[in-house]
Design a protein around this ligand. Sequence first.
Ligand code: ZN
Length: 152
Amino acid sequence: MTDKTPKSEEEWRAILSPEAFAVLRKKGTERPFVGKYTDNFQEGTYNCAGCNAPLYKSTTKFKTHCGWPSFYEAIPGAIKRISDNSLGMSRTEIVCSNCDGHLGHVFKGEGYKVPTDERHCVNKGDQFPGRSWDYQCFDLQSQGSAPANYTI
Ligand SMILES: [Zn+2]
């Protein structure tokens, strides 16, 4: 069930682990190669850790060596793109359309052989213990075609 109720910073702090709060609400970036789903290509849907809205299908996940889960396309309307000029770089931040939780960044034109030529580099946060991260992974009830297996 998607929770569409806007939450205050204090409310988010109460339901998310400190690490999850740092990524989703403070735009932190987790270390690479820590998320257990980085190289997992099981079928399902990746849902927002903050509000449980479906964000990405496993069929749009593809293999990279960047250390974070990578997708070439979000579920239509699931994410918003925001221009991000922090850290001296011009990047495109992606956030959850429903709760504005920070997800990661989109990179375009890197040469991956995927339909959109985009890489959605998404924090998963699944290395963090705590209830709030338990439901953000796969919805194993969803069915889809075989996961994509694109590489450079
Ligand atoms: Zn959300």
